[in-house]
Design a protein around this ligand. Structure first.
Ligand code: KG4
Ligand code: ZN
Length: 372
């Protein structure tokens, strides 16, 4: 009987080698992907839109440092002088960035991205931060992220808890803007109302100038208002259609009022400073809150946030909280250090953009006007 032997198939040495190479390659890819997920994302952010030079470091969305250098040179001029602002930014930017990196315990070579304020703001001032960010991105070969300053003011609410849920309404009140913003998500916002002339911060600063207080007058009016009677000098509030604001009328009213009273009594301002501050502050807050209430109703919204330099105002903070309690709203008020201009908020916006893969290239230029 013949036994049929099974034919031995010779193994192909190249085939086993290929299988082994493929196996190692797959393991390598998985390992690289794993490293990618545990690798920290170190982001440097720069703010230079007005009279604050600021740098911040954020690691995986957590703020590690936020260094702010406020330019004091403008005090003697009674307002920000654009040319002086850009020169001061040039002097401060390297020390401020160095300090931010040191405080965060991060070496510049460990940075993974750099975010900067593209606008709105003073062109010469923005140019310093933009050029610095572009150069550093080129030198370190890391991505560049441009940030809208007004968007960043709103996103300052995501630096610390409690954080609002999308969508929500934000009243952004600064030296250059007064806006009611419908915040759909971190990168999609719509301005549903805004000032048609002066910003509310400007109204604070101009009133302060009229009564002889130095720039920026907002915080000083706030301080004096605490000791004054807010009902002593009622100023009439003009009405703007819809959700828009106007602050130029009240400014003129204050000017004429002070001129008339000082003609009768040259010591009027000195004798009534606290009452003037309290009355002006009350009128400005009334104007803001009237539109907030209207917008909240129109949007059937239950969450209100405030942002920008004027959100540091103690009167606005307490009256909005009271209104929120009465109306059943959740009120979000930022910590003081995130109200006025700071790079921490630029880092927060940069973080959201990094996650969304929104980068910019070396052709980017600053914008004095930059819509949301
Ligand atoms: O957001 P910000 O620092 O800069 C801009 O983007 O404009 O806002 C600056 C404005 C100034 O008009 C300043 O007077 C005002 O914010 N401000 C205040 C207070 N702190 C800052 N206004 C009223 N009360 C305050 N406590
Ligand atoms: Zn600002």
């Amino acid at each position: 009987m013949k036994v049929k032997m099974s034919k031995k198939i010779p193994t192909n040495p190249y085939r086993t080698d290929l299988a082994r190479i493929f196996r190692y390659f797959t393991m390598f890819i998985f390992f690289a992907l794993f490293l990618q997920t545990i690798r920290k994302m170190n982001l440097l952010a720069i703010e230079s839109s007005c009279d604050e030079t600021s740098a911040a470091v954020m690691v995986d969305g957590v703020l590690k440092s936020n260094v702010i250098s406020t330019q004091l040179i403008h005090t003697e001029w009674g307002g920000v002088v654009p040319e002086l602002a850009s020169r001061e930014h040039q002097k401060a930017i390297i020390p401020v960035v160095t300090e931010a990196l040191q405080k965060a315990n991060i070496n510049k070579n460990e940075l993974n991205a750099i975010a900067f304020t593209r606008g709105p703001g003073l062109l010469g001032a923005l140019l310093v931060g933009t050029s610095f960010a572009k150069s550093l991105s080129l030198a370190l070969n890391i991505p560049l992220i441009e940030v809208n300053h007004m968007q960043a003011h709103v996103l300052a609410h995501f630096i610390e808890d409690p954080k609002p849920q999308f969508p929500f309404l934000c009243l952004t009140v600064s030296g250059g803007h007064t806006q009611l913003v419908w915040v759909k998500d971190a990168l999609h916002m719509e301005v549903i109302g805004e000032t048609q002339d002066d910003a509310v911060g400007e109204a604070f600063d101009k009133t302060a100038k009229l009564i002889g207080l130095p720039y920026p007058g907002g915080p000083l009016i706030d301080k004096l208002a605490k000791e004054g009677n807010p009902d002593r000098f009622p100023f009439s509030l003009g009405e703007m259609p819809g959700l828009n604001f106007s602050f130029s009328g009240i400014k003129t009213q204050i000017l004429y009022f002070l001129q008339k009273e000082t003609q009768k009594n040259p010591q009027f301002v000195e004798e009534n400073k606290a009452d003037i501050c309290a009355s002006v502050q009350k009128s400005l807050i009334d104007m803001l809150l009237r539109k907030v209430k209207k917008a909240m109703r129109e949007k059937s919204c239950k969450q209100i946030a405030i942002a920008g330099g004027v959100s540091a105002n103690s009167g606005l903070r307490s009256r909005l909280s009271e209104m929120g309690e009465k109306e059943g709203w959740d009120v979000f008020i930022p910590a003081f250090q995130y109200c006025t201009d700071n790079a921490g908020m630029i880092a927060m916006a940069g973080h959201f953009k990094y996650e969304a893969g929104e980068f910019t290239n070396q052709d980017v230029t600053p914008l004095a006007r930059y819509n949301l």
